[in-house]
Design a binder for this molecule. Structure first.
Ligand SMILES: CCCCC/C=C\C/C=C\C/C=C\C/C=C\CCCC(=O)SCCNC(=O)CCNC(=O)[C@H](O)C(C)(C)COP(=O)(O)OP(=O)(O)OC[C@H]1O[C@@H](n2cnc3c(N)ncnc32)[C@H](O)[C@@H]1OP(=O)(O)O
Length: 149
């Protein structure tokens, strides 16, 4: 993991996302990296993001993890394919399946796998693991901003 995180390569004007923008003062500052042909993001949720009952994570936060790591994965994959610097993608579609309760105070591992790159569109499958348990899966459709390609 010697390369800078994908999010640390976003141009300054596009680095204000609440989930992953390095320039957002109060955001989560998610960081994503290559791990072979997959991507990985690790994040330990604070209890303030508790969901319906104590000890477990709010579903919206799980969606945010899938969303932001999916965007980073799309940007990195497109950059690697085109041999260009990272550009900015936005979320066109976000699907999440919640398979098991996701704990707080436990390091989560979010893994991404690129399914398709077609023009400005990148589709990514994602999985959220907690201590070896698959807690959620997701699929995102990310679209590169027109002025970025
Ligand atoms: C992140 C920094 C953003 C800063 C913005 C700066 C400048 C603004 C410039 C442009 C603004 C554009 C959007 C961004 C604005 C604010 C977002 C803030 C960041 C977020 O908070 S992010 C979470 C929320 N996000 C959004 O706020 C996106 C709203 N939305 C859109 O802005 C458009 O909807 C967009 C750009 C997604 C697509 O529009 P488009 O005209 O560029 O592209 P087009 O329609 O040609 O689609 C190309 C290929 O994607 C497929 N495709 C499209 N939509 C699909 C869907 N829903 N499901 C499955 N496939 C889909 C098509 O089927 C085609 O695929 P194919 O080529 O295979 O046919």
């Amino acid at each position: 993991m010697s390369e800078p995180a994908f999010q640390d390569q976003y141009p300054d004007d596009y680095a204000h996302c609440y989930g992953c923008g390095r320039l957002h003062a109060e955001g989560h500052h998610l960081k994503s990296y290559w791990d072979g042909e997959e991507t990985v993001c690790r994040y330990t949720p604070d209890p303030k993001y508790t969901g319906g009952f104590p000890g477990f994570l709010y579903g919206g936060m799980i969606a945010s993890l899938i969303d932001c790591h999916g965007a980073g994965t799309a940007a990195a994959a497109k950059a690697r394919q085109d041999g260009k610097p990272i550009s900015r993608f936005v979320t066109a579609s976000l699907k999440v399946d919640y398979l098991a309760p996701t704990p707080i105070n436990t390091e989560l591992e979010i893994r991404g796998k690129v399914v398709e790159i077609k023009g400005r569109k990148v589709i990514v499958d994602l999985v959220v693991f907690a201590a070896g348990t698959t807690c959620a899966t997701g699929t995102v459709v990310m679209v590169q901003l027109k002025e970025q390609n």
